[in-house]
Design a protein around this ligand. Structure first.
Ligand code: IPE
Ligand code: IPE
Ligand code: MG
Length: 245
């Protein structure tokens, strides 16, 4: 990237997916606990959400916790769940006081298998979805929690078969039954911390997504780093299997 490169605001991705990786490595490099890395990750997420809305991205999907992340040591899983739960309480307080900050004018949705959570907690998540849906669809924030791309596809297929036992399923049927049904596929998927893999993120939806991988760990991922990703995206030729003159 030359220093003169700037974001082309006429070609901003409509939907960006974020694989927020590297909280642990970020903490380790600073002699901090992994849990502190996750706390710092929340702050990075807040800045990126606001920035995406400001520059005209219409939809963002953050990979918060995968179906495989339960494999981590119990103390880390507990910390992540407590962090998520207390953050949701904070959002509910903001909603009830009419003073939304980070998620102002956003429609928040949870994608993943929420049945892993207690009924009370699922009610809280539903409340957040319903209340923020009143903000309209200008800016949609998907939080992928207990999310796995394979589990999502299986869920979609089963939903369809249950409703239509004698029909053959089509691509459109699956797309509509996914947790992201009705939303456009991500134009850009950003993975921080350098690994070149999807780790079960948006497997169906990523079929023609542009992928950007940065060595920067998630807590250090700033709006400037996002600008670099979008500038890179602006230079891509999307062909979707066809030919582009
Ligand atoms: C991403 O950071 C956060 C979650 C997966 C919940 P990691 O915790 O995976 O950080 P690294 O990969 O160990 O550095
Ligand atoms: C992907 O990161 C999951 C999230 C960011 C929530 P992981 O750290 O779990 O992925 P792997 O294990 O390196 O593939
Ligand atoms: Mg990781």
């Amino acid at each position: 990237m030359s220093t003169n490169d700037t974001v082309n605001y006429a070609n901003i991705p409509v939907h960006i997916g974020f694989i927020m990786d590297g909280n642990g490595r970020w903490a380790k490099a600073r002699n901090l606990l992994r849990t502190q890395g996750h706390n710092a990750g929340v702050e990075a997420l807040e800045k990126i959400v606001r920035h995406c809305r400001d520059i005209g991205v219409r939809c963002v999907t953050f990979y918060v916790f995968s179906t495989e992340n339960w494999l981590r040591p119990k103390a880390e899983v507990d910390h992540l769940m407590n962090l998520f739960s207390s953050y949701m309480d904070k959002i509910i307080k903001e909603i009830n006081s009419g003073k939304m900050k980070t998620f102002k004018d956003s429609s928040i949705r949870f994608i993943g298998d929420m049945s892993a959570f207690s009924d009370d907690f699922q009610e809280k998540l539903k409340y957040i979805e319903e209340k923020t849906a009143e903000n309209g669809n200008e800016f949609i924030v998907n939080l992928a929690v207990n999310y796995g791309g394979r589990a999502e596809i299986i869920h979609a297929v089963n939903e369809f078969i249950n409703a239509n036992p004698n029909k053959l399923i089509t691509e459109t049927d699956i797309s509509e039954k996914l947790y992201t049904g009705g939303l456009p596929d991500p134009d850009l998927i950003i993975r921080t911390a350098g690994e070149s893999r999807l780790s079960n993120f948006l497997l169906w939806q990523a079929s023609y997504s542009e992928i950007y991988i940065t060595p920067v760990c998630w807590p250090d991922f700033t709006p400037d780093e996002l600008a670099k990703a979008i500038i890179d995206y602006n230079k891509r030729t999307r062909k979707f299997g066809g030919l582009v003159e």
